[in-house]
Design a protein around this ligand. Structure first.
Ligand SMILES: C[S@@+](CC[C@H](N)C(=O)[O-])C[C@H]1O[C@@H](n2cnc3c(N)ncnc32)[C@H](O)[C@@H]1O
Length: 182
C-alpha cells in the first residue's frame, strides 16, 4: 500500500477540468492496476472523479458506481469510458441487487455518508461479494464516528496515519483514507 501511495503521488492527475485532481483517485487506479482488477465498485459516485480515473487507467476493469443521484458529470464518464456503469440507488440495497450478477469484486470504495451505521451497513452488505485478497478503501476517516468504524474493521489494514497523504482535508474533521485487505 505504501508503494502504491507513492505511485499515486508521482503520477499525473487527469487533465479534464470537469473532475478534481484528487490524489486518492490515482491511488485507487494504482490499486486496481496492481490487483489486475476485473471489478471495481464505488459507493457514492458524486461527480465520478474516482470512477473516471480507475476506468480510464484500467480498461480491463468493469467499473460499477452507485449513488442516490446522477450528477451531470456522470454522463460524461459514460461517454468516455465503455467500462463504466452507473446505477441509481441506495448503496446498501444495491448490494443484493447487483452483487450476485457481478464477478467477485477486487476493489470496493466506500464513500457515501460517513456515518457509523451506513458505513458498517455497506461493509457488511458488500463483503460477501468480495474476492479473497481484494481491497476495500474508505474515505473521510476523520469524520465523527469513522474512527469507530476503522477500529471495528478487521486487519490487515493500512490507514489513518500511513495513508494520510491520500486525502488531506481542510480541517481536523475532513480527509483521512484507509484500506482493508479482505
Ligand atoms: C463524498 S460524495 C462521493 C465522492 C466520490 N466518491 C468521489 O471520490 O469523487 C458522497 C456521495 O454519496 C452519495 N450518497 C449518500 N448517501 C447514499 C446512499 N445511501 N446510497 C448511495 N449514495 C449515497 C451522495 O449523493 C454523494 O454524491
Amino acid at each position: 500500500m505504501i508503494a502504491l501511495q507513492q505511485e499515486a503521488l508521482n503520477s499525473q492527475p487527469h487533465s479534464d477540468p470537469r473532475w478534481p485532481p484528487s490524489v486518492y483517485y490515482r491511488f485507487l487506479a494504482a490499486i486496481a492496476g496492481r490487483l489486475n482488477a476485473k471489478v471495481f465498485v464505488e459507493l457514492g459516485t458524486c461527480g465520478g472523479g474516482a470512477s473516471l480515473t480507475v476506468a480510464s487507467r484500467n480498461s480491463g476493469t468493469k467499473v460499477v458506481s452507485i449513488d442516490l443521484d446522477k450528477y451531470p458529470q456522470v454522463a460524461g464518464i459514460e461517454e468516455l469510458c465503455s467500462n463504466f456503469f452507473f446505477y441509481k440507488g441506495d448503496s446498501i440495497a444495491m448490494a443484493e441487487k447487483l452483487g450476485p450478477d457481478l464477478a467477485l469484486i477486487d476493489l470496493l470504495f466506500v464513500d457515501t455518508t460517513h456515518t457509523y451505521e451506513q458505513t458498517m451497513g455497506e461493509y457488511k452488505a458488500w463483503l460477501p461479494y468480495m474476492r479473497k485478497g481484494g481491497v476495500i478503501c474508505f474515505d473521510d476517516l476523520y469524520r465523527p464516528g469513522m474512527n469507530v468504524v476503522w477500529d471495528a474493521l478487521p486487519s490487515p489494514k493500512t490507514g489513518i496515519h500511513d495513508l494520510k497523504r491520500m486525502h488531506v482535508g481542510g480541517s481536523p474533521t475532513d480527509g483521512g483514507f484507509g484500506a482493508v485487505i479482505v
